[in-house]
Design a protein around this ligand. Structure first.
Ligand SMILES: N[C@@H](CCC[C@H](N)C(=O)O)C(=O)O
Length: 287
């Protein structure tokens, strides 16, 4: 079948066009596709499926690299929208995409794609725990944070610590009673006067990624709250690039680059009960 590779601020995805909804995509196939040595390599998979919601033509079926299903992906929906326009599956540059978190309105520009992300709901205060980089081996540091729901769950921690020095090679600890289905954890510096911040993220189901759209929105909302504000336009620098988040009363927007990198063909073999192997992978074009 055809595949397309794309990324938004280096949060990368395998897109699988499935216009007739014939593909039975199991977790083992997703893990194999996303594997960075044995597969195509990506943070997640975006199956392009017909929408059952009359408000949209296409449904973004998002899967994390470990094969788990998530409700929403902010960078993913921007890359998905870029693909729909470039593949001629949408004729205009403004339309809705169906996701498990509901419809998302996208505006596809030449370089950047904006998505209306809907409301970001602030929840309880909690803590994230990461290995200490300075203390004795095995010691940990606890970071205060706040739960933010952007369609999927986040724990956003605004910290004066050096965000770049944190050890995010293992999943941060969190309160499972507050996040029974797991959580994406962000660490960000306090907002500057110009409302800029630097953010790193450990994603549920994908590990540390170079960027996370929903995480960026959650971080911006938490950063504004820590600065005593409810609204504003926040510039978020992630390891993979820069995103703009608009936070208004009752809604948020996310803007940044969305790029298609390559396309090719892959034949999926194996099953969810046997070791997975590709029978053939052929890349036919690279942008
Ligand atoms: N990278 C995505 C978020 C993907 C889903 C997340 N890992 C989850 O499990 O909720 C983004 O750009 O928002």
């Amino acid at each position: 079948m055809e595949y397309v590779l794309g990324h938004g601020t280096e949060n990368d995805f395998v897109l699988l066009p499935d216009p007739d909804a014939r593909l039975d995509l199991g977790p083992a196939a997703v893990r194999a596709l996303c594997h960075r040595r044995r597969g195509l390599g990506a943070d997640g998979v975006l199956r392009v499926a017909p929408s059952e919601d009359p408000g949209a033509t296409w449904f973004m079926d998002y899967r994390n690299a470990d094969g788990s299903i998530a409700e929403m992906c902010g960078n993913g929906v921007r890359v998905f929208a870029r693909y729909l326009v470039e593949a001629g599956l949408e004729s205009g540059r403004e339309f809705d995409v169906a996701t498990r978190a509901g419809l998302r309105h996208v505006t596809v520009g030449e370089g950047e794609v904006t998505v209306d992300m809907g409301p970001a709901r602030i929840g309880a205060e909690s803590t994230a725990i990461v290995p200490s980089t300075a203390g004795p081996v095995g010691s940990v540091t606890s970071f205060p944070g706040i739960a933010v729901d952007v369609g999927n769950p986040h724990l956003a921690c605004v910290t004066g610590a050096d965000v770049d020095a944190l050890d995010l090679t293992v999943a941060p600890g969190y309160d499972p009673a507050l996040f029974p289905h797991g959580v994406n954890v962000e660490f960000l510096s306090p907002l500057t006067d110009g409302l800029a911040t630097r953010l790193r993220v450990h994603e549920r189901g994908s590990g540390e990624t170079r960027s996370c759209g929903t995480g960026t929105v959650a971080g911006a909302v938490a950063g504004l709250r820590a600065a005593g504000r409810d609204t504003g336009t926040v510039t978020v620098t992630t390891p993979g690039g820069v995103l703009q988040v608009g936070v208004e009363a009752g809604t948020t927007t996310l803007t940044g680059p969305a790029v298609l990198i390559a396309r090719g063909e892959v034949e999926l073999g194996g099953s969810d009960t046997e070791p997975y192997a590709f029978t053939r992978v052929a890349q036919v074009a690279r942008a």
